[in-house]
Structures are given as C-alpha cells and as structure tokens.
Design a protein around this ligand. Sequence first.
Ligand SMILES: C[S@@+](CC[C@H](N)C(=O)[O-])C[C@H]1O[C@@H](n2cnc3c(N)ncnc32)[C@H](O)[C@@H]1O
Length: 155
Amino acid sequence: MNIVLVEPEIPPNTGNVARLCAATRTALHLIEPFGFKLDDAQLKRAGMDYWRHVEWHRWKNWRAFASVHRTATARFWFIESQGPRLYAEADFLPGDYLIFGRETAGLPKSLLEENRERWLRIPMFNGQSRSLNLSNCAALVLFEALRQQGFNGGI
Ligand SMILES: C[S@@+](CC[C@H](N)C(=O)[O-])C[C@H]1O[C@@H](n2cnc3c(N)ncnc32)[C@H](O)[C@@H]1O
C-alpha cells in the first residue's frame, strides 16, 4: 500500500504515520511544502527509530508526484471529510494510494471535485467536530484496506 501526505504541517503527525508505515510495510510519500524541516526533533521523536525501516519518498509538489504515480492502473483514494462515500464501502487493493490532506486546510477542493467517485469520508458523530486527526485517519483507512486483504503477511 501507499500513504500520501499532501503538504503535512505538524511533525508528530508525520512521525506517527511514518511509524505506521514501518509496521505495515507501507510506502510513504510526502508532498512539499512541509510545515517543518525534515530534521525536526518532534518528527524524529514521533517516528522514533522506525524511520530507517520506512520506504519514503519526497516530492516537490502534487504535480511531480502525480506525473510519476498517476498511471492507468494506479488507484488513488482521496480521504477527506464530507466525501460522498464511506471509507469502509471502498474496495481496496494492494498497491492502492491513500491520500490525505494537510492539517489546517485539508485536500484542495478542486482535487476532490475532480475525483468525487474516489473521495472517501470517515464518519463523525458530533456536528461540532470539523475533522479527525490526520494520523488517526491514516491508521483507520490503512487498516481497513489491510483487513480487506486478509491481513496478509501480518504477525
Ligand atoms: C485535520 S484534517 C484537515 C482540516 C479540515 N479540513 C478542517 O476542516 O479543519 C487533516 C486530514 O485528515 C483527514 N481527515 C480528517 N477528518 C476526516 C474525515 N472525517 N474523513 C476523512 N478524512 C478526514 C483528511 O485527509 C484531512 O485532509
């Protein structure tokens, strides 16, 4: 599987996701600009010594990432609140890309509207809540995808 963080801003979130990726052998794609430096202490602390077990890639912007990975067979899923489909209703396959937005702004509306059939939401149960934490969302959706694949290779 692949996790894509578009313009992440908060170091502990990216560190947590890196640790998640290490544990699940998931590739991590980080799309610039970042809200932190890659040698940020909080980023390292949250990812702990797992960073060296992560296959991670850095991209200058969305266009640079998409020009390499958006092929006819690649399946992109855009994870953002208010999507027309629930994440648990999607059929995930190995190698899919789970794409998450930045903490303050989310994914660009234009990207979501262009990909409405691939826009998934995680349900919330309190109208006062705007959104969930980014790293929680990554864990929820990734583990649903792995569950659908029978937790193949899990110990
Ligand atoms: C903190 S949220 C983005 C901010 C949010 N758009 C707002 O209104 O404040 C960061 C990312 O977490 C994911 N996310 C948060 N809540 C979500 C939800 N209920 N459904 C799907 N994705 C969610 C999305 O990828 C989002 O871009």
